[in-house]
Write a protein that binds this ligand. Structure first.
Ligand code: PRP
Length: 207
């Protein structure tokens, strides 16, 4: 059995469709239910539905052989895994944003609300800017509106959430896409099968 960790939600649906297209469909996954493990014995695959930011830890620790995680999550948790392929989906950007009309006070540390603590620290360290990180887990856009932070470091896809909350992008930090990752020892033992999957996924994502 090859265990594949899919990120629950929108990206997971897209990723599953890619796997189905290359010959690993699993009809159970298309049903609307609360199951988290889906097995397709004939095809020798088991899909695990996990929180997007947890995919890397499942793969690093070998609970999954393969997984798909956003570059944002990988840069944040820096797991010891192989990154096999950029799937070219789940495209978004990590940006710095602030309320419209915000003017930075250079005389004090910048208060940065984010779920990407390491990414934010690295970015501001590279600019020699002192910051105070306010770690949040979601609805990051609220922080500067309520004065909890000066700016946010967050992902944006359509820009809709920023716009509707009257925030504007100050800087682009980096582009994000979904990556296929593999457990290191799992890759050694199942190399042939994983390479075949990478080859097929390369084909279908190039289309
Ligand atoms: C992400 C991100 C923004 C939103 C951006 O949140 O943190 O809030 O998506 O997308 P947009 O540019 O297309 O509007 P997510 O949906 O992951 O929820 P969260 O607030 O729980 O982090």
């Amino acid at each position: 059995m090859l265990n594949i960790a899919l990120p629950k939600g929108r990206l997971g649906d897209q990723v599953y469709r890619l796997f189905a297209e290359i010959g690993y469909p699993c009809p159970g996954l298309e049903e609307d239910n609360r199951k988290l493990v889906f097995e397709e014995k004939e095809k020798g695959v088991r899909y695990l539905l996990v929180k997007p930011s947890d995919v890397a830890i499942y793969v690093e620790r070998g609970a999954a052989d393969l997984g798909v995680a956003g570059r944002d999550c990988l840069l944040e948790s820096r797991p010891d895994v192989y990154e096999l392929l950029d799937l070219g989906i789940g495209l978004c950007r990590i940006v710095v944003a602030a309320p419209e009309g915000y003017v930075e006070d250079m005389d004090r540390a910048l208060r940065v609300a984010t779920k990407y603590v390491n990414t934010a620290r690295d970015y501001y360290a590279s600019r020699n800017r002192e910051i105070e990180v306010i770690k949040l887990h979601g609805s990051i856009e609220l922080a500067p509106i309520l004065g909890l932070s000066d700016v946010i470091v967050d992902i944006t896809e359509t820009g809709g959430t920023l716009r509707e909350n009257h925030l504007r992008i100050l800087t682009d930090i980096l582009p994000v896409s979904a990556r296929l990752i593999a457990n290191k020892s799992g890759y050694k033992f199942k190399k042939e099968r994983m390479d075949e999957i990478v080859g097929k996924l390369t084909e279908v994502t190039k289309k």
